[in-house]
Design a protein. Structure first.
Length: 120
């Protein structure tokens, strides 16, 4: 797993990821491999699903779950070049996370709190 971790670390660095992101993703991949006691190269979609279900059973927070999903998706899609193994990985809904996007017009209109504060 050591060489695989190094390759994953390099792949993340090549994409401009921060050191914190690199450490987090590599840590997620390490815990995944340790869970099964084998290299992720020999693990497939069934093991990924079982691991994610284990996270749900341990009641990890949705954001933590989603970090694991992103790390495993990166590991399999980029580092291992096997995107078919992670094609249908679920993301957990994060309660209270609003994804409302205001239109450009609303954000720049004179009645917008953002634009009036910027004009001061």
């Amino acid at each position: 797993m050591r060489r695989l971790r190094d390759k994953m670390r390099e792949d993340l660095a090549l994409r401009g990821m921060s050191e914190n992101t690199i450490a987090t993703y590599v840590g997620c991949a390490r815990r995944f491999a340790e869970h099964f006691g084998r290299s992720p190269c020999g693990l497939g979609a069934a093991e990924i699903r079982a691991f994610l279900l284990g996270l749900v059973e341990r009641r990890v927070r949705p954001r933590t779950f989603n970090v694991y999903v992103a790390a495993l998706a990166f590991l399999y899609s980029v580092t291992l070049e096997r995107p078919e193994r992670v094609a249908a990985m679920p993301r957990m809904r994060v309660p209270g996370a609003s994804r409302r996007v205001r239109s450009i017009r609303a954000a720049t209109s004179p009645s917008s709190p953002t634009s009036s504060a910027a004009a001061r």
